[in-house]
Each structure stands twice: as C-alpha cells, then as structure tokens.
Design a protein around this ligand. Sequence first.
Ligand SMILES: [Zn+2]
Length: 292
Amino acid sequence: MRKQPSIFEHLRQFDSEEKCIAHFERIRWPRGLRCIRCKGKRVFKFETEGKTGKERHLYECVDCRYQFSVTTGTIFHDSHLPLTKWFLAIYMICSAKKGVSAKQLQRELDTSYKTAWYMAHRIRLAMQEDAQFCRKFSGVVVADETYIGGKGQSPRGRSTARKIPVLGIRERTSGRVLMKAVEDVSATTIADFIRENVKRGAELHTDEFPSYLWLDSSEFVHRSVNKVKGYSHRGVSTNAVENVWSLFKRAIVGSYHKVSAKYLQLYLHEFSFRFNNRDQFNLLDRVLGTCF
Ligand SMILES: [Zn+2]
C-alpha cells in the first residue's frame, strides 16, 4: 500500500503557486476547463496583475462573459493567501493523527495566529462527511453517545464550559464513523440523527440508554447490550464507537487543549475525516476534491 507523501515530497511537488494552480485545475475540471456559471466549454485563460502585483490566473467564458479563477467559489477564495500555504495547511491537518493546533500552523506557515486559525477552520469544514456527501450507513451500525469538555475555567476560577453531548455511529463493515455535536441526548434528537444517516432496515447496536428504545420498531432492527453486566453480549457491543470516543478525547487533550461548543463540530469533522480515510493514499487531493 502506498503511503502518504512525506512533507519533503509534498513541498517539492508544490513549491510554486503555478504548480498548485495547475494541480487544483486538474482536480476541479478533470475533463477540461468549464465555465463555473453556465458550464460552457469555451473558456479562455488570461493573466493579469493582481492587487499585490502578483499574477492572477483568470479565465473568461466566451458564452456568458463570466470571469473567474480556479479558487472562485472555493474555501480559498478571498483569503489573499497563496495556494502553497493552503496546500501545506491541508497536508499538515491530514497527516497529523492527533490534529494540529492553530499555534503550530501559525509557526510552520509563517502567518498570523488569526490567519492560521481561520485556515484550519475552513479546512475542517471541507472535511465534513455526512449523509449529504456520502451514502447512508447500512448493515450493522453501532450507536453511542458521549460528553465532551466541561473542564473550562474562567479567569476567576469558575467553571464555564458545559459538557457537550456528541452522538456517534459506526458502520461495522467499513469501519466508517460519523459524529455530531447536539443540544441534548433525547430520543427525538437521536432519532433525527440516525434517520438522517442510517438506512432503514439497518441493525442498530446500542446500550440500554432509554433514548434508544424507539429503535424497537419496524424501521430498524435493534439489539442492545447491558453495560453493567458486560461490554459485549452475543455479538452486541458498543466498543466500536467507544474506542473512537477515547481517540478523539485524547486528540483534544493533546493538540487542542480545549474546544468550545461553537467549534466542536468542526473538530469532529476533521477527526472523522482522518479516521475514515486513514487507508487512503492522497488525503490532500481528497480534501481538494470537496473544496468547490
Ligand atoms: Zn459561462
């Protein structure tokens, strides 16, 4: 199996803005340049002086006269940052098993802290992989819930951060995981999440938490395990998701220190993307493929 390219290989491949643009063009328009407004094929390229004096690669559509660049309508647009930095940031976020802090990105990318933080959040958003983007989970699906955070303190020493409930499901055959930060762990919230992301008729494995009782219906097959009596019973266990919780919690402690309720979902996107694609060779291209 091929490995992720080393940082040395990455930097050699993407050492100029031109190379990044050409690469992103191939990913964005694999069958040749298309107008992003009218999808017309008659598009010509021209170069102009940008605001910073640098060349901007622009395209113009012959049919609708629309002018655009390879970054128009992507997470990179309007950032005024070169693609070389974006590519390196994506590379770093994809290769760090336990995540990368904004502080670390700031150091390695030579940007301000604010810029590094903004880039990381944009990239995490691109790593989102729910049923809108992927197929629904099917077969045996393990579901569980946990609480993240709750140890934050204000300068006066008062505890400020509340614990945020997070729902998780994992498909047994593929090992794919999906996590969502939610307001509460009521049956309604859990039902919405499961119905949105799991195929009807799937076999759900849960513990005996009452919010899963609704699963005993014609919609899904439901098997539960009593955790007091044992963690696994007749092939039913929620360990598959619990293992993911402990990995995620370790990543938070190790790299992000604390995560606010507002941004927790972005870290969940990032973590599950890396987890679900850990056997993929080229994560950079995979992220780039979701950016437009
Ligand atoms: Zn057009």
